[in-house]
Design a protein. Structure first.
Length: 317
């Protein structure tokens, strides 16, 4: 994915804009959205949500998806691919999650709605994974293969066909990921119904088009100094469409990025092939005050061409 992200970064161009260029906004949270977000533990720098099945369907039927399956198989073998595919077939599956960043790494909390412990257990069994359910039927532990080792993933039932999970990504030698045990997950949920769907958080989420496949909103400062609020959406259908608003606390950084990217845009005709040139042409950035709106549209055909062009380079994602 690093290669694709690099191509996106060098393709952004900058121009002026007015209010009519603002992305569509879904407005106030619905009762169902509020309920789901209130179940998510608070303290997140970024929250996100969307349709898991729709996102996974795209990843399975496109060139980008084929690359992802190859990468998953390299890490966890065919059982990992089968596990992911089975979950993606649960068409009613929705998700809401949060990211919290700290000196020790990043913590991901996520709630899925539309599937219960038994649904996930059946997927694990079908994929040939070891799965165990606690006697009360409220916690599932799945042993997922990861580069020759076994990584435990825990899922806690928190409502009718609702599951909660938390994992931590720790940087370092080889980077590691760990899933939280049941007691910690229960402690998380005991302290919920807090601030994810209220106050400043709900105001920012209201600006996002939440009808898309996936959406996100929060503060990017923990990720990169000089940035402030960030929100946007990802939609899949015939390709991928990204629409992101980034606030720059460092206006000098904003200008520097704009100047550099504008130079790249001027040399789009020098791209090695038509697919790369189309990618550059399809990315735009429009500035309003301290915020810049980035948009990207790539069709399935263009994605296929980019994958074929890149070949083995994508193996390092």
């Amino acid at each position: 994915m690093r290669v694709l992200c690099g191509m996106i970064a060098v393709g952004i161009t900058v121009s002026g804009c007015d209010k009519k260029d603002a992305p569509a906004a879904s407005g106030a949270l619905s009762a169902a959205e509020t309920e789901l977000l209130q179940r998510l533990p608070a303290g997140n720098q970024i929250v996100f949500g969307g349709s898991y099945a729709k996102l996974q369907d795209f990843m399975q039927r496109t060139a980008l998806g084929r690359m992802s399956r190859d990468a998953a198989e390299e890490v966890g073998g065919k059982t990992m691919v089968a596990w992911m595919q089975c979950i993606s077939n649960i068409q009613s599956l929705r998700f809401a999650g949060g990211l919290r960043f700290g000196d020790a790494g990043a913590e991901l909390r996520m709630i899925t709605a539309g599937a219960g412990v038994d649904d996930f257990r059946q997927c694990a069994t079908k994929a040939g994974l070891t799965a165990a359910v606690d006697p009360d039927g409220k916690f599932l532990r799945v042993e997922v293969p990861a580069q020759g080792e076994s990584l435990a993933q825990g899922f806690l039932a928190i409502g009718e066909r609702e599951l909660y999970q938390r994992g931590a990504i720790r940087p370092g030698a080889g980077m590691s990921a760990a899933s939280a045990p049941r007691a910690e997950l229960e402690a998380d949920i005991a302290g919920t119904r807090q601030s994810n769907a209220t106050g400043d958080a709900s105001t920012l989420i209201a600006k996002v088009d939440r009808s898309k496949t996936a959406w996100f909103a929060g503060v990017a400062t923990p990720i990169a100094k000089g940035l402030g609020e960030i929100y946007g959406s990802l939609d899949v259908g015939n390709g991928v469409a990204l629409d992101v608003i980034v606030q720059f606390a460092d206006r000098q950084l904003q200008t520097q990025i704009e100047d550099n990217l504008d130079q790249v845009k001027k040399h789009a005709d020098e791209a090695p092939n038509k697919a790369m040139k189309q990618l550059v042409d399809n990315i735009s950035a429009r500035r309003v005050g301290d915020r810049t709106r980035f948009t990207l549209k790539v069709t399935d055909e263009q994605l296929d061409a980019l994958m074929q062009m890149s070949g083995g380079m994508f193996g390092g994602m």
